[in-house]
Design a protein around this ligand. Structure first.
Ligand code: ADP
Length: 312
């Protein structure tokens, strides 16, 4: 089973406008509402790939009920810890090719609620082969929380795929038990290293990853580079995956879809090059579909076949 963790899910609401955004005036809209959050995107894609997936995290109030209902409708199994605060709503106004976003911070989480989640996580992680953890943490949760969950899951024998950034990523890389895979994009890696990495200079990326003590003990470091694909490091070897040229419809959720592809491959015991091909195929397919965290499966064979993986 693949367990996915979403600590701060949201009702993602898109307001597509027919014309320009009218400021200080009325804009009439037909909303499109989805159960959102990076971990939920990972889960939906895993569902499309046919994996046995279970979703966990924190859910609160009526907004939380809405998210649970949407997951039920999509046939995605879930077991969340309930909290007193309301899960958040995030709004994206789509106007004239622009995307103006309003993101709620989400509920404040109490210490007893976190302890309740930890107990549930311990139980679920013991049944999982792979655990994915994605996105930022809600208010009131320490930056070391993912590092702590990683310790629990890895201690129970699960492979942890961690897709986060900033202080959370740093804490996980500084812990005794490290994640099995981390997937920073180029700018997240730059933030971790405290300097900008030039796009396209793979030698520099390789030197940065292989020379940094913090990555020791992490089985897989994958640096994703949007339309340019990704570069991956494992066991002293390095691979480059090139994504095929596509018409990009909506790349939001491509990183999450990539994580889903990795989780799928790793759970199946695939070879490194195959794991990379799966991840990149999922990321690229997601970018071809207007929906976030959704692959146009009719295009699977041609995109999967067109991802080029070479060892560096
Ligand atoms: P994140 O969303 O985490 O920033 P990226 O933007 O790097 O992640 O995208 C993750 C993966 O999705 C890439 O490595 C690539 O395989 C695929 N991808 C993203 N955007 C495109 C695109 N425009 N064309 C083809 N593939 C893409």
């Amino acid at each position: 089973m693949i367990l996915t963790v979403t600590m701060n899910p949201s009702i993602d609401t898109a307001y597509p406008l027919a014309g320009p955004l009218k400021v200080d005036d009325v804009n009439r809209v037909e909303p499109i509402k989805t159960a959102g959050g990076k971990g939920l995107n990972v889960s939906r894609v895993l569902g499309q790939l046919g994996d046995d997936v279970l979703v966990t995290g924190l859910l609160g109030g009526r907004m939380g009920d809405f998210i649970a209902d949407r997951l039920d409708e999509a046939g995605v199994a879930h077991d969340f810890a309930r909290i007193a605060g309301e899960s958040r709503v995030c709004i994206a106004v789509l106007h004239e090719g622009n995307q103006t976003e309003f993101l709620e911070a989400g509920p404040e989480v109490g210490a007893d609620e976190l302890a309740g989640f930890e107990a549930k996580f311990r139980e679920l992680a013991a049944r999982a082969d792979v655990v994915t953890m994605s996105g930022s943490l809600p208010r009131g949760v320490d930056a070391g929380y993912y590092a702590m969950l990683t310790g629990i899951a890895a201690g129970a024998g699960a492979k942890v795929l961690l897709d986060t950034s900033g202080a959370s990523l740093e804490a996980a890389l500084g812990a005794k038990r490290k994640p099995y895979l981390v997937k920073p994009n180029l700018s997240e890696l730059g933030a971790l290293l405290g300097r900008e990495l030039p796009a396209g200079d793979l030698g520099e990326v390789r030197a940065a990853v292989e020379g940094d003590e913090r990555f020791r003990g992490v089985e897989w470091v994958v640096v994703s580079m949007g339309a340019a694909g990704s570069v991956a490091f494992s066991g002293g070897r390095a691979w480059r995956a090139r994504a095929p040229r596509i018409e990009c419809m909506n790349a939001t959720g491509s990183g999450d879809s990539t994580v889903a592809g990795f989780a799928h491959g790793i759970a199946a015991g695939a070879e490194p090059a195959e794991v990379l091909r799966l991840g990149n195929a999922c990321g690229t397919l997601n970018a071809m579909d207007p929906a976030t965290g959704h692959l146009p499966m009719k295009r699977w064979d041609d995109i999967y076949g067109a991802v080029e993986v070479t060892e560096l």
